[in-house]
Ligand binder design. Structure first.
Ligand code: AMP
Ligand code: ZN
Ligand code: FE
Ligand code: FE
Length: 281
């Protein structure tokens, strides 16, 4: 079983990378990709844990992108983590995420929601990528809500009046940067419903022309129709098809291995990559 989309506490997952690898072993996975939001920070710890436990690890990133205020998530497998353009884009996104999280919390506080910038910052590990789930964690810790989901339903969703956007590169630019870094770009959950709708076919075509390698077709946000449409699109554009859990630890229902990728597709990703090697036991 191969699961190519997971998060650790290097971004908004709840488990440190080593614990994530241990959970992957316990779940019976053969290979795992660590794809934290806008950071490679968890790679080294995950690689050490993988070597220790016999897990195959695919180092990756989930790169936040946006076009016309619409969010697009791009999975980047096996890029060179030192590539200057990639480093610059990720650094700018993380810095903007920090400012944006403060701005959201200040709006909430001004409106009487019992939360503070300090309480939210305390939920983010040193150097980790901050995100809305950290606001949710502060609200859970304060006993205001029971779990992350409830915080998203009440205050943190894309349509919330407290929502503030952050810097994110254009999706075509991100595909080019990931390729330049020797990585393999795959659109994450293209049919996840957001306030602004799914990722447009025209944009995926543009990304494909820029070097996109695949689509994450199997994902819990996709119904049967989405899977059908995306499978057809992947066929038409000659893109790889992946499936993954988007596991975040305890905060979300997603279970490791709930959707998977074939060994043939992982081999194809590995063949295309020149930036970083898969960690094998
Ligand atoms: P951000 O990156 O700060 O815009 O926050 C988006 C993150 O919040 C995504 O990675 C999701 O995994 C997470 N998220 C979105 N909706 C929910 C929800 N209902 N419950 C828990 N986490 C969520
Ligand atoms: Zn996340
Ligand atoms: Fe995502
Ligand atoms: Fe994700």
């Amino acid at each position: 079983m191969i699961d190519l989309h997971t998060h650790s506490s290097a971004s908004d997952g709840t488990q440190p990378p080593a614990a994530l690898v241990a959970a992957a072993v316990a779940a019976g996975l053969d290979a795992l990709a660590l794809t934290d939001h806008d950071t490679t920070r968890g790679w080294d710890e995950a690689a050490r844990a993988a070597r220790r436990t016999g897990m195959t690890l695919v180092p990756g990133i989930e790169v936040s992108c946006a076009r016309d205020h619409r969010s697009v998530h791009l999975l980047a497998y096996l890029p060179d983590p030192q590539h200057p353009d990639l480093l610059a884009e990720l650094g700018e996104a993380r810095a903007s995420r920090a400012t944006r999280l403060d701005a959201m919390v200040e709006r909430m506080e001004a409106d009487g929601v019992p939360v503070s910038v300090d309480a939210v910052r305390a939920e983010v590990e040193d150097g980790a990528t901050p995100g809305r789930p950290h606001i949710a964690d502060a609200l859970v810790r304060a006993g205001v809500v029971e779990h992350r989901d409830e915080a998203f339903d009440r205050w943190l969703g894309d349509a919330s009046p407290y929502y503030v956007a952050h810097y994110a590169p254009d999706p075509v630019r991100a595909v080019e940067v990931v390729r330049a870094a020797g990585g393999v770009p795959v659109v994450a959950h293209p049919h996840s419903r957001t306030r602004t709708g799914v990722v447009a076919v025209e944009l995926i075509e543009e990304m494909a022309a820029a070097g996109l390698a695949g689509l994450e077709v199997y994902h819990r946000d996709h119904d049967e129709r989405a899977v059908h449409e995306l499978t057809d699109l992947a066929g038409a554009l000659d893109l790889l098809v992946t499936g993954s859990s988007d596991y975040h630890g305890e905060g979300k229902l997603n279970r490791l291995g709930e959707y998977t990728t074939t060994p043939e597709v992982l081999a194809a990703i590995e063949d295309l990559a020149t930036g970083t090697r898969v960690v094998r036991p």
